[in-house]
Design a binder for this molecule. Structure first.
Ligand SMILES: Cc1ncc(COP(=O)(O)O)c(C=O)c1O
Length: 336
């Protein structure tokens, strides 16, 4: 049995979640007839302070649907170099949405209003693709789980509105950000036209993301989801897992953050180096050789991902038991 610290995506449905899935009332969701999907979309929208929600099979599709909804082919989008949508979503942003990504270095994968002003292209400029969208990520996966707080998202939202641009948030882990910022998630979503969040990461559902925003944008998004093949039929079985996660698992996320703090403190006392702040459940740890370190850990039944030749990534999540956590601490401590 491995202790799997590669990602919070490895979490499996809890017993209560499986029961909710088994009990779910279902219908054909492409006809808009699945009551559980409808309930999930409404509940998710309420949590995000938006009018409507759209249940998507994955975070990747949710982001792509958002790009298609908020732009026209040939537009440009401003986003951080470290964005998940740039690194890990198979280039759908260019290949399918046909928009030009204009990246900024940012700090910890976060961009500022100054970055936006520098990258902004006016629609009247004859030479340039018009920047019609800004996309941020909260929390930032490749930024060690860094988060934008309310002030930061509000400032970005203000600049976008002033310049007539839309704002999308890839909030795959927005509830982790909300916990770290001690604020309800809907306030972090407030300045965004659309926000996507994932049910299948730290919340433990087997699949699914919800894209939330105003009714007319979600209606447009629903058509793009169908275009991409994401219209699901009796999806209520999955939506039931998502609803269960939202009602029962959000409050548990803080434990993952507490473990991250304890893990970091314990190892720092032993001289380990953490190159980035780690306000949520994702930590980058400096090692001499990430590949061989990952191999050594595997031999001790611990799985981690290396993210650079000298950094590994450790992600805490709800499926790590107390005794597994103790084992992880003990093993790392012995390895230095
Ligand atoms: C920040 C972020 N956005 C989007 C995604 C994509 O989600 P999915 O794996 O459901 O496509 C991930 C997945 O890890 C992620 O970390």
């Amino acid at each position: 049995m491995f202790v799997d610290l590669r990602s919070d995506t490895v979490t499996k449905p809890s017993a209560g979640m499986r029961e909710a899935m088994a009990r779910a009332e279902v219908g054909d969701d492409v006809y808009g007839e699945d009551p559980t999907v409808i309930e999930l979309e409404q509940y998710a929208a309420e949590l995000m302070g938006k009018e409507a929600g759209l249940f998507n099979p994955s975070g990747t599709m949710s982001n792509l649907v958002a790009f298609l909804t908020l732009t026209y082919p040939g537009d440009a989008v401003i986003l951080a170099e470290q964005a998940h949508t740039i690194h890990y979503e198979v280039g759908g942003i260019t290949r399918i949405a046909n928009i030009l990504p204009l990246t900024v270095p940012g700090i910890l994968g976060k961009i500022s209003e100054e970055d936006i002003l520098v990258r902004y292209n006016s629609a009247t400029d004859i030479h340039r693709a018009p920047t019609t969208l800004v996309s941020i990520e909260n929390t930032v996966n490749r930024g060690g789980g860094a988060c934008y707080d309310y002030e930061e998202v509000s400032r970005i939202g203000r600049v976008c509105r002033q310049l007539g641009m839309k704002l999308h948030c890839d909030g795959a882990r927005i509830f982790n950000a909300a916990i770290a910022c001690n604020i309800e998630a809907k306030y972090l979503a407030e300045p965004c036209d659309l926000i996507n969040f994932c049910l299948s990461k730290g919340l433990g559902a087997p699949a699914g993301s919800v894209l939330c925003g105003p009714k007319e944008l979600i209606q447009r998004a629903r058509k793009f989801r169908k275009l991409l093949g994401g219209g699901m039929r009796q999806a209520g079985v999955l939506a039931a897992a998502g609803l269960y996660a939202l009602k029962h698992h959000i409050d548990d996320l803080h434990k993952d953050h507490e473990r991250a703090i304890l893990f970091r403190r314990t190892l720092e006392e032993k001289g380990w180096i953490f190159p980035l702040p780690s306000p949520t459940n994702i930590l980058f740890v400096h090692v001499k050789n990430a590949h061989s370190f990952a191999q050594t850990l595997r031999e001790k039944n611990i799985l981690i991902n290396s993210v650079h030749e000298k950094y590994i990534r450790v992600v805490f999540h709800r499926d790590i038991t107390d005794s597994q956590f103790e084992y992880v601490l003990e093993t790392f401590t012995k390895l230095n």
